[in-house]
Design a protein around this ligand. Structure first.
Ligand code: PLP
Length: 386
């Protein structure tokens, strides 16, 4: 994929077709350094989750100084990052056996891919299918550490039954255990977040211990969500962390005290396309598809709506928020209902901070990257779809 010619930073405000995602490279780098430091201090490997960024240039920054492994959530990401030179990848969504053909194609070309499962039915299906890959496929067993989305309980019989069966299958090999404490997104304060982080760690460490006590190997003990990774609990017994959204951060993380608003590295550039003075809102061309309908940042503080509004310099315009979205329309209101329409003429531009960066950036084809001290606006392509 070829990046278009860099655009002058001064021009992007006027010339870039909107909606478009603006990525602040300095903030991105600082966020990556923060997580790298956390992993270093805790003595664990950092296997960044690229489901948020879906971009090789971002992956290069997130893996700088690390062992080079990454986490992905789609086959499209596996293939894209393999083509970009990444070789060690964990596909961290329960495997559907029908997807194995594409995975085996990459394994045959030299990729090292860990797949994930928590079901004996899946395991039976994997064992029965005719494989095109000669080697054994590495498998992680997913553990439920309290999020109740997927995974087996760490104290269950099922865990040991799965572990034994994987170890017995000649075309599979048991790599270890993995969990994701997604419920940390609902932790109201640091103490609650820490409690979930401890439960997340203890669940997989215990699961690994039981597998080893059964006489089996369990080299990988993997945890990861940004809110839990960014606590300071000791990670004894854990081998790697897999956070993802920290690279960009968002209003949802800021609301939970995981970052500040000034750490958020992505925003959506939008154009004012109308004034509806009677109703008290500006219309912008960033609607539900450009911002997503994720309202997670409103859980603990209302009036964030679908995003907070900044000027083109990235500074927050206090009190302005996206109150409603339609497919291609966003409705910007003022909390105090005192919107100064003349300050935002039709055709002018704004930047919107996302509630949940993973959802917002997913459909875009590229990032427009601003770098302090540089006059150029770079374009970094990304992948999307499945
Ligand atoms: N691991 C798994 C399995 C996930 O599903 C996710 C996110 O959904 C992550 C890691 C990364 O978590 P976060 O987005 O909080 O950084």
């Amino acid at each position: 994929m070829q990046s278009p010619e860099p655009m002058n930073t001064a021009d992007f405000v006027n010339d870039l077709p909107t909606p478009a995602v603006i990525l602040d490279k300095r903030r991105l780098q600082a966020n990556c350094e923060r997580m790298a430091e956390r992993a270093r201090r805790a003595g664990v490997k950092l296997r960044p989750h690229l489901k948020t960024a879906k971009c090789a240039e971002v992956a290069a920054l997130a893996t700088a100084g690390q062992f080079g492994g990454i986490t992905v959530s789609t086959l499209a990401e596996l293939e894209y990052f393999f083509d970009a030179g990444f070789r060690d990848m964990t596909y961290a969504v329960s495997i559907a056996p029908v997807k194995m053909d594409r995975i085996e194609r990459l394994l045959t070309k030299g990729a090292r891919i860990q797949i994930l499962l928590d079901s004996m039915d899946t395991l039976n299906e994997l064992a029965a299918r005719p494989g095109q890959y000669d080697g054994a496929v590495s498998v992680l067993i997913e553990i439920d550490s309290g999020g109740h989305r997927a995974g087996v309980a760490p104290n269950s019989m099922q865990l040991i039954a799965l572990a034994r069966r994987i170890a017995e299958e000649p075309r599979l090999s048991l790599e270890g255990v993995l969990t994701h404490a997604g419920h940390s997104y609902h932790a109201a304060d640091d103490a609650a977040r820490k409690e979930i982080a401890i439960a997340e760690r203890d669940a997989v460490v215990y699961a690994a211990k039981r597998i080893r006590n059964a006489g089996l190997e369990c080299p990988t003990v993997s945890i990861g969500s940004t809110p839990t990774a960014l606590t300071d609990i000791p990670l004894d017994g854990v081998t790697e962390i897999r956070p993802g959204v920290y690279m960009f951060f968002d209003l949802s993380q800021a609301q939970r005290g995981v970052c500040t608003i000034d750490d958020i590295a992505v925003s959506v550039l939008t154009t004012v396309i109308g004034h509806h003075r009677e109703a008290g809102h500006l219309l912008v061309d960033a609607g539900a598809l450009a911002l997503s309908k994720d309202v997670s940042a409103n859980e603990f503080e209302k009036r964030i709506g679908y995003g907070l509004v900044c000027g083109t310099d990235g500074n927050l315009l206090r009190g302005l928020y996206v109150a409603d979205v339609h497919q291609e329309h966003g409705l910007v209101r003022s909390v105090a209902d005192d919107l100064m329409f003349e300050k935002f003429p039709v055709g002018s531009r704004l930047r919107i901070l996302p509630n949940h960066a993973c959802m917002t950036v997913a459909p875009y084809r590229e990032y427009h990257v601003i770098e302090s001290g540089s006059a150029s606006l770079l374009c970094w392509p990304k992948t999307s779809g499945w």
